[in-house]
Design a protein around this ligand. Structure first.
Ligand code: SF4
Length: 313
């Protein structure tokens, strides 16, 4: 039986590291991303809801690169047949990215995205710009480096040769746990059991290091412990930096778990401070979500159409 679709007045309350990064970046961006765009897909919504929903769905060339590479790795991990072919991977990435760019260009010319935001749209083209030559060259280099990094990576080789069981591969169902009463989603790139019986969490990184990478891994550890009823000493978290062909492996302890729980609790206070009704997750008025005062940051933001005037954009 088909599940019933219910229109919710407000979005679901949840915590994630990416949400907290948006709050750090700009309060107004936080508003548009998590509240202002809610229900923007409905005919009866306001123009601002519809516009912010469309803008929220824009991507950029770096995110597109990371998404396509993750999709490809997912299919390689799931495919237990053919040998990995470097030339084919590079060609696949080149073709996929070219298609993404062409699709965006076409939508920009036809104004399709403002009609209905289906498929992909690069922010660069939506705002009438072009990809910078130096960025295109950097993407080409990254395709090369990440492909090499994947082939030599400890995780890919263990998954293909010695892993006892693969439990999750970038699942589409967005599983979650509750921490301090708030939903925490966990979308793990790969989770497998190695030959020693450890639960190994792999996070493929297609860009540079980030100070949040290890924290994200700790969230996944919480999820694995709860979902699979595994003790902490049987869980390994591994960050695979494909660009540089290095990995960092972590075993966590109970102090780490307390630390991440504390962090989520503190963040919950921040999330609640923007709410008029904490139970319903009803936001305060938009004006409480202050705009950032850095025009060069705004000029790179996907929501700038809603914040800047024509000349500033
Ligand atoms: S354009 Fe500037 S003020 Fe508006 S959401 Fe983006 S960063 Fe914030």
């Amino acid at each position: 039986m088909a599940s019933e679709y219910r229109i919710m007045d407000y979005p679901e309350k949840s915590w994630s590291i990416s949400k907290m990064k948006v709050i750090d970046n700009c309060f107004r961006e936080y508003y548009y991303t998590y509240y202002g765009s809610h229900n923007g897909w409905l005919y009866q919504s306001t123009d601002e809801q519809k516009i912010s929903w469309r803008l929220k769905k824009l991507t950029n060339i770096w995110i597109m690169f990371g998404d396509k590479l993750h999709e490809l790795i997912k299919s390689l991990v799931k495919d237990d047949g053919s040998e990995i072919n470097v030339g084919e991977i590079k060609e696949h990435m080149r073709v996929k990215l070219n298609l993404g760019v062409k699709e965006s260009l076409q939508k920009y010319r036809n104004g399709d995205w403002d009609e209905y935001p289906k498929g992909e749209m690069l922010q660069e083209y939506y705002y009438g710009e072009k990809l910078k030559e130096k960025d295109v060259e950097e993407i080409k280099k990254r395709i090369e480096s990440c492909t090499k990094g994947l082939i030599v990576s400890k995780s890919y080789n263990e998954i293909k040769n010695t892993a006892k069981e693969i439990l999750e591969v970038d699942e589409e169902k967005f599983d979650f746990i509750f921490v301090s009463g708030i939903k925490v989603y966990a979308l793990i790139d790969v989770l497998y059991i190695d030959e020693k019986g450890n639960y190994v969490i792999v996070d493929w990184k297609t860009g540079q290091f980030s100070e949040h990478d290890k924290e994200q891994l700790m969230v996944y550890v919480l999820y694995v412990m709860e979902r699979y009823k595994v003790p902490i000493d049987k869980v390994i978290g591994r960050l695979e930096y494909l660009l540089i062909g290095e990995n960092y492996e972590y075993k966590f302890n109970l102090d780490d778990i307390i630390e991440i729980n504390n962090r989520i609790n503190m963040d919950l206070n921040v999330i609640n401070a923007f709410l008029e009704d904490k139970d319903k997750n009803k936001p305060r008025h938009k004006e409480h979500f202050l705009m950032c005062d850095n025009i060069s940051k705004c000029r790179k933001c996907k929501f700038r159409k809603l914040c800047l005037n024509e000349e500033e954009i």
